[in-house]
Design a binder for this molecule. Structure first.
Ligand SMILES: Nc1nc2c(c(=O)[nH]1)N[C@H]1C(S)=C(S)[C@@H](COP(=O)(O)OP(=O)(O)OC[C@H]3O[C@@H](n4cnc5c(=O)[nH]c(N)nc54)[C@H](O)[C@@H]3O)O[C@H]1N2
Ligand SMILES: Nc1nc2c(c(=O)[nH]1)N[C@H]1C(S)=C(S)[C@@H](COP(=O)(O)OP(=O)(O)OC[C@H]3O[C@@H](n4cnc5c(=O)[nH]c(N)nc54)[C@H](O)[C@@H]3O)O[C@H]1N2
Ligand code: SF4
Ligand SMILES: [Mo]
Length: 881
């Protein structure tokens, strides 16, 4: 029987899991006639029940071979696998022989499959004998891990996704759920429509998640501990402490007395607003507090987590239907990584590196020659040790640290200067891969196979739908190939990912003696066929229990079985604003891009939502600096510089600016935001403070600005450029300090069109130029230049390459063809102007009415918060008239 036959009514669909966020949505996949991939939500997957967000819906647009790395490369030249693997094994072996096991390191990713992660960890900790394996989850979940362990004695998310639907109140702390966990947000919105769930957002910035919220607390950056300490004191003052539950909790008195001493001043919030929040929280026993990077990515991240957990422990609101703290994980397998010991400070199966009995068990299970006895270097320290030359061989797998680590310029320098660097990636030219000695082609989502664990402990399969292209290989295979060449053939002799998974579940069974919560013993000895047919299942999975929630029974995992409340005090962010750096730089995500865009950036639909990097500035700050909308702005921090497009908005607090994290050397070199970010970390978790650096702002005085469209690629050489995919090719924003002598010559260089027929319109007095290149009547490319930001109809023009486009140089749509404006609904490509026009001319009052009229928001629903926001703005403006 084929794999599909076993679990699908329709035999042509393969069940798999979305490779993006930690919601972990199930997808149904099928090859289409053109060799592409059709994607739809899996109605039977418990995470999404058939829903998908914009990124999941566009997966089919991102599986082509464009940009793929198809063969191993040594110093930029294609090599055979044998040569590349021999070189990697030899370099790692000799470095270890000469300088010891701690002179090498792996930097891996929460996007690896559990099987990949398990093997990487086994190789480093049990065979190389160092714990220098850390992961981008250090930048992502480390504070939650530390907070969980301090409070519960284990790193466990107590609740399930159903809790969001059963809660009366959902509090989002430092989480832009509407954009970053869109399907969970949709589930929440449905529950809200049905049962009136209240929603509170705690975020310095007004986000799309605020559109459906009852309250928004725009607290000062980094002040969450002060707010939750105040809540704890209020819980006590209002008699909401659950005395019975406190029998299972240590540390209540100390935590409470610290909380009572705490001041609300650091939050900068209005006292009435805080009171309304506390009353709501205390008055709704069914409360879920969701938290994410606004909490974790902070120099007090672990304390923020514990301040939140304290409130749930004091009220016993944990592990019951509809209530509990909920750390939503970012990456698709951040949880799986934590489960198999993917961080430098843990072992597989939630076992501890410092515990001798734990180490012995793991070592004997692996039949390993050694086992690391102390924690390895955490991400930021690891790259510092590379910079200092202490680590001499580095292997980066499935992550792009030259872009995403704080002080990214220094990190790039460290990678560049490291004696030997290997990168395993699917993309040929990432900022990190460009710096490596050896790059190894990995098989990608859709080609590879294994398991992932989502935010609510549900383990699902990723299944392959098509063979890997070129010479690409699964990440676990590449790791095993190297391990075998390093002399450990037997221990890494797996035939399939099922072999690895079986070894892991057997370890879990052996680890039962330690009474850990993570228990997969029910799957011990699973057959290949069972592994193939595996349905999404929430752990624990044993003979005594399956799935469910943790801790309502008061059983925790510290010695003695009790939970701990921690006395935590507010600490301001590590960097202080000063006259030289008067602004606080907050960073985060946008709706339709995934991290460094290597995959989502291939999709024209996803690239149309926000096509250029930007910085959000409060109107009063902008005025003081002489910055107006669409100006370019130079940001300077002690670490580096960036140039970004200004968006003037009251969504940010005065003194704060916000910029997205997604742009790279490939898409907008001067917008790499982590070049500005200071490398300060939380002292407990080692997680960097990615959202609270200090910067100075100044208008960027470009001599010229340009907008370009083209069918083929472009290669700008100016100080500022940012490019984005379109259905017809590319669009790009450009700016420079020196205008070239001849714009036609320059345009030919940018587009690499030395011969094409040019149509040129110049106005030397105004300093403007417009050049279009045609081939047999079809538009190849066009460039619009002016001494100020160019005013043309960008979204209209971006659709023209490949068409006749006779009037392109006017820069506007013909009068009878309205300009749809920037795309809001990426599924149906509906622009803002089209929606505004429909609201105004047809009197539409609701998001659903707009959906009926224009289809916008009716497929994945990711744009519904923004449509609601547009509606609110129009109706508010009307009311004011
Ligand atoms: N579209 C999209 N979705 C994604 C991803 C993506 O790249 N794109 N990445 C995935 C990953 S790996 C992750 S980790 C998650 C992240 O998901 P989120 O954490 O929801 O996303 P962010 O935008 O990083 O940050 C959330 C919010 O924290 C706020 N914040 C900043 N400082 C503070 C503070 O001091 N206190 C509070 N309370 N809030 C603060 C920011 O203003 C921001 O709105 O998203 C996942 N989902
Ligand atoms: N300032 C600031 N910085 C941040 C954050 C922030 O909020 N603010 N967020 C942080 C967080 S939470 C995260 S999670 C990180 C994310 O940062 P990264 O992990 O560095 O970013 P990605 O773009 O996800 O990198 C994944 C890489 O893996 C490659 N890849 C894709 N599929 C495969 C595969 O199957 N195998 C292999 N081997 N490679 C593959 C991709 O091409 C890409 O190069 O960024 C962090 N950095
Ligand atoms: S919410 Fe979107 S990105 Fe996240 S797993 Fe689901 S479809 Fe993928
Ligand atoms: Mo993340």
């Amino acid at each position: 029987m084929s794999r599909e036959d076993q679990f699908s009514d329709d035999q042509t669909w393969t069940r798999s899991t979305c490779p993006y966020c930690g919601v972990g949505c199930g997808v149904l996949l099928r090859r289409d006639a053109e060799g592409g991939v059709e994607v739809k939500g899996d109605p039977s997957h418990p995470a999404n029940l058939g829903r998908l967000c914009s990124k999941g819906s566009a997966l089919g647009e991102t599986v082509g071979l464009e940009g793929r790395l198809l063969a191993p490369r040594i110093h930029g030249i294609n090599a055979s696998w044998d040569n590349a693997l021999d070189l990697v094994a030899e370099k790692f072996s000799t470095t270890i022989a000469e300088h010891g096991p701690d002179s090498v390191a792996f930097y891996v990713s929460g996007q690896l499959l559990t099987e990949d992660y398990y093997v990487a960890n086994k190789l480093m900790k049990g065979f190389i004998g160092s714990a220098n394996i850390d992961t981008n989850s250090r930048l992502c979940m480390a504070s939650s891990v530390a907070g969980h362990k301090r409070a519960f004695g284990t790193d466990t998310v107590p609740g399930t996704y159903e809790d969001l639907e059963q809660a009366d109140l959902v509090v989002l702390v430092g989480s832009n759920l509407a954009w970053c966990h869109p399907v969970l947000y949709q589930r929440l919105m449905v529950a809200r429509a049905e049962r009136g769930t209240k929603i509170v957002v705690i975020d310095p910035r007004r986000t799309a998640s605020c559109d459906g919220a009852d309250l928004h607390l725009p607290l000062r950056s980094g002040s969450d501990v002060a707010l939750f300490n105040h809540l704890l004191a209020q819980i006590d003052a209002q008699g909401a402490v659950e005395a019975d539950f406190l029998n299972n909790v240590d540390g209540f008195d100390a935590a409470l007395s610290t909380a009572k001493d705490a001041s609300l001043d650091p939050t900068g919030l209005d006292a009435d607003l805080v009171q309304a929040f506390c009353d709501m929280w205390i008055g709704n026993p069914k409360v879920v507090t969701i938290y994410s990077q606004g909490v974790n990515q902070s120099s007090s991240g672990a304390d923020k987590v514990n301040a939140i957990l304290n409130c749930h422990l004091a009220t016993g609101r944990i592990g019951l239907p509809g209530c509990g703290p909920f750390s939503v994980t970012g990456q698709p397998n951040a949880m799986g990584g934590r489960e198999v010991g993917g961080l430098a400070n843990m072992l597989a199966n939630h076992l501890d590196i410092e515990n001798e009995a734990h180490r012995d068990l793991v070592q004997s299970h692996w039949n390993a020659p050694t086992i690391a006895t102390t924690q390895g270097l955490k991400a930021v320290d690891m790259f510092e040790a590379i910079h200092a030359g202490k680590i001499k061989a580095l292997w980066v797998i499935h992550t792009n640290p030259a872009v995403t680590l704080p002080d990214a310029g220094r990190v790039a320098e460290a990678i560049q200067n490291c004696d030997f660097t290997v990168v395993s990636d699917i993309t040929a030219t990432t900022d990190t891969a460009r710096l490596a000695d050896v790059i190894l082609p990995a098989s990608a989502w859709g080609e590879k196979s294994g398991t992932v664990t989502n935010s609510d402990r549900t383990i699902s399969r990723q299944r392959s739908l098509m063979p890997a292209p070129g010479q690409a290989r699964a990440d676990w295979k590449i790791l095993c190939d190297v391990a075998k060449r390093m002399g450990w053939a037997e221990a890494f002799d797996y035939e399939t990912e099922a072999d690895i998974f079986r070894e892991y579940t057997a370890l879990s069974t052996a680890a039962r003696v330690f009474g850990k919560d993570l228990d997969l013993s029910g799957w011990d000895g699973m057959s290949n066929a069972d592994y193939d047919a595996l349905r999404p299942t929430r752990w624990p999975i044993s003979d005594t229990r399956q799935g469910g929630r943790f801790f309502a029974d008061g059983q925790f995992f510290h010695a003695g079985g009790k939970a701990k409340m921690l006395a935590v005090t507010h600490r301001a962010p590590a960097t202080k604003r000063a006259p030289k750096y008067p602004f606080r730089l907050n960073t985060g995500r946008i709706r339709d891009q995934w991290h460094t865009m290597t995959r989502t950036g291939l999709s024209p639909r996803l690239s149309s939502h926000l096509a250029e990097p930007f910085v959000d500035i409060h109107p009063q700050d902008a005025e003081g600096l002489g910055i107006t909308a669409a100006d370019l702005v130079q940001l300077t921090s002690p670490q580096g510089q960036s140039i970004l497009r200004a968006r003037i908005t009251t969504d940010v607090r005065r003194g704060d600016v916000f910029a997205p994290i997604h742009w790279t050397g490939e898409t907008a070199p001067s917008a790499r935001i982590d070049q500005l970010v200071a490398p300060f970390v939380d002292p407990v978790s080692g997680q960097p403070e990615s959202k609270a650096s200090v910067v100075a702002l100044a208008p960027y005085k470009a001599a010229w600005y340009g907008f370009a469209i083209c069918a083929e690629d472009l290669d700008p050489a100016c100080e500022y450029w940012a490019r984005a995919r379109t259905q017809q090719g590319w669009r790009a924003e450009l700016a420079g300090l020196n205008a070239p002598a001849d714009w036609e010559v320059e345009a030919r260089k940018i587009f690499n069109l030395p011969e094409a027929t040019a149509q040129v319109m110049r106005d030397p007095a105004k300093g403007t130029a417009r050049i279009a290149f045609h081939d047999e009547g079809r538009l190849l490319a066009a460039l619009f230049v002016a001494p100020e930001p160019v005013a043309v109809m960008r979204d209209y023009l971006a659709r023209l390459p490949g068409s006749e486009a006779a009037g392109v140089l006017t820069g506007r749509a013909p009068l009878d063809l309205p300009d749809p404006g920037p795309v809001l609904c990426s599924c149906f490509s509906v622009g803002i102007n089209t929606i505004l026009d429909a609201i105004e001319t047809r009197g539409l009052m609701t998001v659903d009415a707009i959906g009926e009229a224009l289809d916008a928001g009716t497929n994945c629903g990711s744009c519904r918060p923004e449509i609601a926001d547009l509606l609110a703005r129009v109706h508010m403006a009307e009311a004011a008239e």
